[in-house]
Design a protein around this ligand. Sequence first.
Ligand SMILES: Nc1ncnc2c1ncn2[C@@H]1O[C@H](COP(=O)(O)OP(=O)(O)OP(=O)(O)O)[C@@H](O)[C@H]1O
Ligand SMILES: [Mg+2]
Length: 268
Amino acid sequence: MTFPLTTSAYRDLTGPAPTTDDEIRSAGPLAARAVGVTKVYGTGDARVSALDGVTLGIPGGRFTAIMGPSGSGKSTLMHCLAGLDSVTGGEVFVGDVELTRLDDRRLTRLRRDRIGFVFQSFNLIPTLTALENITLPMDIAGVRPDQAWLDAVIDTVGLRPRLRHRPSELSGGQQQRVACARALASKPEIIFADEPTGNLDSRSGAEVLSFLRNSVREMGQTVVMVTHDPVAASYADLVVFLADGRIVDQLAAPTAQGVLERMKGLDR
Ligand SMILES: Nc1ncnc2c1ncn2[C@@H]1O[C@H](COP(=O)(O)OP(=O)(O)OP(=O)(O)O)[C@@H](O)[C@H]1O
Ligand SMILES: [Mg+2]
């Protein structure tokens, strides 16, 4: 599917994301992009085509949501874009670096230095405090955190009074904000969040979504988030809809109601 756009629309943060080779070429710098990506799991009877020729540019400094029915390939696309899974065909770029050209060591370093990933299940270490969890990836890598940046992240997450608490002493929303802060702490160019509010009540979910949106608005962060929830999607600047491993639609400046109507259209 193509979207009738001028090049200048891509600089407008409310415009659609490029989804064809031509649009990608004229889009200028992108935080990440998938070009003709296919992903096949299994062989023979067990063969599943999870991504079926996905071309998508992720503009920098913008909050993009990815939606679609269960099994449509959302997590697969996120994992391929983040270098957590390999593609069967096509190319994935983070900035201008093509991931399939990297050996394991370089890919690991790129993931560590340039990408933040927020998992649905938080993935916090129970025996470490909130602050220790936030700085853990940098501690492992032997990288000193930029203290001013770390302070800004912690204040944006609003967890300063909770830094010495362990995950079991934090609410679900606070734990997920720690996970978001951990993803942001190393100043990654791009953050991927796979249903970050899937396990949260609506109030905690709103905390996390506001934080992600603020990190885009106030810190210029690039965020890509998978969600099932039209209200969560309405925090994003743009929603991209997947079905059967393909991009089928987009909605800029989404409202929850607008997203719901598009999703009903997909289900039909
Ligand atoms: N490791 C795997 N091995 C085999 N098939 C897989 C694997 N991972 C995903 N799939 C299949 O690929 C397709 C896309 O899966 P994916 O997890 O990307 O969907 P999704 O859109 O994230 O769904 P959900 O909303 O349920 O999380 C599904 O049919 C799934 O069964
Ligand atoms: Mg998924």
